[in-house]
Design a protein around this ligand. Structure first.
Ligand SMILES: [Zn+2]
Length: 86
């Protein structure tokens, strides 16, 4: 199971399929970090965002009849730093 970090502030990042909170975005970084998240089984997909697992990617693709593409780390990190000006 996922444990949320104990940081008090930040925006929850949820699985695009089951809406489970998998991380918290604090300023321009994710907690846990992108690479840690993926090591835990979470998957970033182009245009859609994060999924908690491959199983949720499959469920989403089946439900919406789409084929998702994985999003590279560099792209995820660029989106994080560009998406929330302070
Ligand atoms: Zn999920």
């Amino acid at each position: 199971m996922w444990g949320l970090p104990s940081r008090p502030t930040g925006t929850p990042v949820r699985c695009s399929c089951c809406r489970k909170a998998i991380a918290v975005q604090v300023d321009n970084v994710l907690v846990p970090a992108v690479r840690q998240l993926t090591a835990l089984g979470a998957v970033p997909m182009k245009r859609v965002g994060w999924f908690c697992s491959r199983a949720c990617v499959g469920a989403y693709e089946f439900r919406f009849r789409v084929i998702l593409e994985p999003e590279p780390f560099a792209s995820v990190e660029a989106r994080l730093s560009g998406g929330k000006p302070s």
